[in-house]
Each structure stands twice: as structure tokens, then as C-alpha cells.
Design a protein around this ligand. Structure first.
Ligand SMILES: [Mg+2]
Length: 145
């Protein structure tokens, strides 16, 4: 019996990419969790740097959506720690207007890109899909490992 489409989806789900959302605003976390869960990603969330780094260590996410302004350990600091733990983890920053210096520093420390709040959720969805399923970032449909 040949596998059906549902079975193939099941195979892909086993190989789910992990996305970690880090933001001190509950509303943003809830929104992004909903969007990226329905995209089929394994989603995690953290409201502060300490929790974020615990998840980075235990789950080794493929991509982190990281708020720049977080009380305590800020986004830049978290970014540096994430990259020190695993430089291959992709990081996309979420910033406010007027944070150009911080954006430049984040880029220097390996952040891929940034979205300025309030961002278009669809643009972010597409950017994350490009990073995790698009060309040059591993072949989604490749067999084996
Ligand atoms: Mg914030």
C-alpha cells in the first residue's frame, strides 16, 4: 500500500522545525504562537531572557523571533547568548522605531533581519517560511538526513 498525503504530512510533522518566540508582551506571544503553530511549526515562547535561554538549551530551536526591548536581559544580550550556545540558530529581531543603533549591533552579532513593530504578520510569516523551508536553508522535501 502506497502512503497517502496524510501519511506524508505525518512524516513532515515528525521533522517539524522549532520556532521560539521571545517577547515580554503577552499579546504578541499569543499572536505569533497561533500563527506559527498553524503553519505547522513546533512553537515555544518565553517572556524573558532567562526562560528564553533555558528553551534554547533544552529545545535547540531552528529560529528565534526576538523582541529587542525586554525588561532585564534585553534582546541584544539574549541574541549574544543564543549565538554563543549555537551560532546556527537563526534569529529575527522585532524592534521599535528609532532603534537603528541596536539594529546595526544585532546584525553585527548575527541577526538575519528585523521587523519594526507594528509589523505585517503576513510578511513575517513569509520571511520565517523562507528561512526554514526556502532555498538555501536546507531542502524541506529532501529524503534522509
Ligand atoms: Mg518588549
Amino acid at each position: 500500500m502506497s502512503p497517502g498525503v496524510a501519511d506524508l504530512w505525518e512524516v513532515f510533522r515528525l521533522d517539524n522545525k522549532k520556532v521560539l518566540i521571545v517577547d515580554d508582551q503577552n499579546g504578541i506571544r499569543v499572536l505569533l504562537m497561533e500563527v506559527f503553530s498553524s503553519e505547522g511549526y513546533n512553537t515555544f515562547q518565553a517572556s524573558n531572557g532567562k526562560l528564553a535561554l533555558e528553551i534554547v538549551r533544552s529545545e535547540s530551536p531552528d529560529l528565534v523571533l526576538l523582541d529587542m526591548k525586554i525588561p532585564g536581559m534585553d534582546g541584544l544580550e539574549i541574541l549574544k547568548h543564543v549565538k554563543a550556545i549555537n551560532k546556527d540558530i537563526k534569529v529575527i529581531m522585532m524592534t521599535a522605531y528609532g532603534e537603528l543603533d541596536m539594529i546595526k549591533e544585532a546584525t553585527d552579532h548575527g541577526a538575519l533581519m528585523h521587523f519594526t513593530k507594528p509589523f505585517d504578520i503576513d510578511e513575517m510569516r513569509i520571511a520565517v517560511n523562507m528561512q526554514l523551508r526556502g532555498k538555501g536553508s536546507g531542502n524541506w522535501f529532501a529524503t534522509g538526513s
